[in-house]
Design a protein around this ligand. Structure first.
Ligand SMILES: [Zn+2]
Length: 319
């Protein structure tokens, strides 16, 4: 609905919510998330005391920020649907945030991929009554001990209550609370199990970790992620969006289509530079030393994925 277009949101409150959060994220990024060392432990520890923000998007849609990946919530008489579950340690803040939205019960959780900052809350959300939906590849990563080598971390299998019970292997559309919800699976992007969730009447797209707004994104190569898939997913996200669409990234503030376009152009440019080096015979560390991201680092290089690590991710996942 155009009346809920992002530019028609109260501009001051939008800037306050998005701007301050982005600034806070940048401050904490330089303190905690400047690279992959200790990343998971730091995020898990910080989640316990994180101050969670709830941003209304109109049409009974909300974003819960600052508990790992962004959480999109659809509220209404059919019950609440959540896109992602945050980090397990933020569970008291998420309960309070959900209660602050309404007393409607929690019914559905869509896990956009297997990472801890998106599925950590699954076990308690299941106990609270939610059914969990995910791509079948996401479940396959959750049932085993799964390493993310760049993070120097191996995650234990997810306890059974946190596993998805409704598995998708194809795009699907369903209705809830009067909203048409379109779930698509971009192939081999951030992982091989990503889901993107579009709320038609709400004019909102939750891109999950195919989009980090303002930051170089992580690409989980060991779980099937590729730079080419990230670019394809971003093209598909752009094709779904119109000028007024509110785009909820996996990380970073809520975005507009021009910001998603800028992210796309950044990915394409860096992929091209890194693959030229790779094809010319440069080793991965020679590619890093050539600083192919230099023109982008001031804007994109200040969160969990630093410029050198992003070059490694692109080099190793590009073909
Ligand atoms: Zn992720």
């Amino acid at each position: 609905m155009s009346s809920f277009g992002i530019r028609s949101l109260n501009r001051r409150s939008f800037l306050h919510a998005g701007g301050c959060t982005a600034a806070a994220a940048l401050m904490s990024s330089s303190r905690l998330y400047a690279d992959f060392n200790g990343l998971v432990d730091n995020m898990m520890r910080e989640a316990k005391t994180a101050k969670v923000n709830v941003i209304p998007l109109g049409s009974n849609l909300f974003v819960i920020e600052n508990t790992g990946g962004n959480i999109t919530v659809l509220d209404g008489p059919d019950g609440k649907l959540m896109v992602d579950a945050g980090i397990s340690g933020s569970h008291p803040q998420i309960i309070a945030a959900l209660a602050g939205i309404s007393a409607n019960p929690l019914k559905e959780v869509i896990s956009t991929h297997w990472h801890f900052d998106h599925t950590g809350g699954n076990p308690w959300l299941h106990e609270a009554g939610a059914r969990i939906t995910a791509h079948q590849n996401t479940k396959s990563h959750m049932v085993v001990a799964k390493a993310v080598t760049p993070w120097k971390y191996t995650f234990p299998p997810t306890p059974a209550p946190g596993l998805p019970t409704r598995l998708l292997n194809a795009d699907t559309t369903f209705s809830m609370n009067g909203m048409h919800i379109n779930v698509t699976h971009p192939k081999d992007a951030h992982t091989d199990g990503d889901l993107v969730v579009a709320f038609k009447e709400g004019n909102v797209i939750a891109t999950a970790d195919t989009f980090w707004n303002g930051y170089y994104p992580f690409i989980d190569r060991e779980a099937g992620g590729t730079i080419d898939g990230m670019i394809r997913a971003t093209k598909a996200n752009l094709a779904m969006a119109i000028e007024s669409t509110k785009i909820v990234p996996g990380h970073g503030p809520i975005a507009t289509k021009p910001e998603l376009q800028e992210y796309h152009d950044m990915l394409v440019s860096i992929r091209s530079s890194v693959m030229k080096l790779k094809i010319s015979g440069a080793t991965v560390e020679q590619a890093v030393a050539a600083k192919p991201t230099a023109n982008f680092d001031a804007k994109w290089g200040h969160y969990a994925v630093n410029p050198d690590d992003f070059v490694r991710l692109v080099y190793n996942s590009g073909s």
